[in-house]
Design a protein around this ligand. Structure first.
Ligand code: JFZ
Length: 457
């Protein structure tokens, strides 16, 4: 009997410890994530050797950061091309200022994309910008320092399961994907002899350690394409990151269900998610790395996307693709300036806000169109969105008219005004069990999105 009691007590204690551990872990995650969830908006940067080509290669012009793969360039030719990388116009402080002026609170830059080339000083692997190119400088250090000086949180992207320079990085082979579908089969054609663990020990762990020990505070590790990493390896990598920089936030592409937040790509999920999430998207119409001929999304879409994402408690990581010389294309800068102009007037309704109190997003599922996952496409109703703060409800109006009609709202509204109005001249409104109707002035303060603030008890 005593043995059973002791065992029961031990199990109970273990259970409590486990629960306490979970609680402690989730509390730590909450602390780690607080600035990030308030930040809402960050700059993604896809910059590498591939940028030097501007999307062109021997007459074809639709390439980007996948240049080595899509142009089928043998490694010997690509590594020689890499030696010529020399971004003489790169100015880290200029890039950070562009992000700050856009209202972006953090940045994430590609330190190693699928081509395996390290854009940082990597003592563990000579295929890096300092040792391999005539440029000879470490842009990641320059960007980290400039970000820290400017009060921007600094993060790094690292391609975890795709590396076209290393002989031991297998891909695909399950879930309808052919073996090697994202591998370098030109130089390493035999997938069956590739051992991910060798690459993980030889390159991934040393380089992640370099990234987290050479540049001061790294607040985000943005892994990509986990591919063949095992659950044990994802856990080992996460433990190493937590030991080196406990404040560092890690995305879900570390693999195997780990990570602090989800990363929908080039799309905005409908409805809200309880788990933190971030949509990553290109300012260009579709290509992450620099491409001379690609089109660009207009600033109206970008501003409304930020509002839509914020209304669902998400973050927006918006990507620029600098040139091989180190310049962020003017098409991107112009759009980011327009976003910064809007945020300087209306940022109170975005930063550190909570989601819409009105439940699901307005819209319907298409009877004909499918989304990228093959499911019926959700067609948003783009008339307005809502965000919240204690005592305040912000209505972001995309289609201006004489009044704005809102669903029932459980709190008593005491005041309504235009956020853009420094005098906060009160707008007339009615509130009943069926909803709120606010009478709007004839002129909208902003053609893209005007914000009405409703204060409530
Ligand atoms: C990956 C990269 O291949 C791409 O070059 C870029 O860096 C992007 C941010 O990340 O692209 C992906 C990764 C995952 C999915 C789609 C594209 N996915 O899960 O659908």
């Amino acid at each position: 009997m005593i043995k059973k009691t002791v065992l029961a007590l031990a199990l109970g204690w273990l259970g409590q410890m486990a629960a306490a551990g979970d609680a402690e872990a989730s509390a730590a995650a909450g602390d780690r994530m607080e600035w990030w969830q308030d930040a809402r908006f960050g700059m993604f940067i896809h910059w590498g050797v591939y940028s030097k080509a501007g999307g062109e290669w021997k007459g074809t012009t639709d390439h980007g950061e996948w240049l080595q793969f899509t142009a089928k360039i043998p490694l010997a030719e690509y590594t020689e091309f890499a030696r010529g990388f020399n971004p003489v116009d790169f100015d880290a402080e200029e890039w950070v200022q562009i992000a700050k002026d856009a209202g972006m609170k953090y940045m994430v830059i590609t330190t190693k994309h699928h081509d395996g080339f390290a854009m940082f000083d990597s003592p563990s692997n000579e295929y890096n910008i300092v040792d391999w190119t005539q440029f000879g400088r470490d842009p990641i250090k320059e960007l980290a320092d400039a970000s820290h000086d400017a009060g921007i949180h600094f993060g790094v992207y690292y391609s975890l399961g795709r590396d076209w320079h290393d002989p031991d990085v297998p891909t695909g082979g399950e879930k309808g994907r052919s073996a090697g579908d994202r591998s370098n089969l030109i130089d390493y054609p035999d997938e069956s002899i590739k051992d991910f663990s060798k690459y993980f020990e030889r390159k991934v762990k040393p380089q992640v350690r370099e990234l987290l020990t050479q540049y001061g505070a790294v607040d985000i590790m943005w892994f990509d394409t986990p591919e063949k990493i095992s659950a044990e390896q994802s856990a080992e990598l996460l433990e190493m990151i937590r030991e080196l920089q406990p404040q560092c936030i890690v995305n879900n592409r570390i693999g195997n269900g780990l990570g602090d937040y989800g990363t929908p790509e080039q799309e905005i999920p409908e409805g809200r998610s309880v788990k933190p999430w971030e949509t990553c998207m290109t300012v260009s119409s579709r290509i992450w790395g620099y491409n001379k001929t690609v089109g660009y999304r207009d600033s109206e879409e970008l501003i409304r996307n930020l509002i839509d994402i914020s209304s669902k408690s998400g973050n927006y990581l918006l990507n620029v693709g600098p040139t091989g010389e180190g310049i962020i294309p003017s098409e991107s800068v112009e759009r980011l300036q327009a976003m910064g102009d809007w945020l300087r007037v209306n940022g109170e309704a975005i930063y550190a806000c909570g989601p819409t109190p009105f439940g699901g997003e307005a819209g319907h599922y298409s009877d004909t169109e499918k989304d990228k996952h093959g499911k019926p496409k959700f067609v948003s109703d783009w008339k307005w969105r809502a965000t919240t703060k204690p005592g305040k409800l912000y209505i972001h109006i995309f289609q201006w008219s004489e009044t704005i009609k809102l669903p029932a709202f459980g709190e008593k509204v005491i005041k309504a005004y235009l956020l853009a109005d420094p005098d906060q001249v009160e707008l007339t409104f009615t509130q009943s069990d069926t909803g709120i109707v606010v009478t709007l002035p004839e002129q909208a303060p902003d053609a893209v999105a005007s914000v009405v603030c409703l204060e409530f008890k």
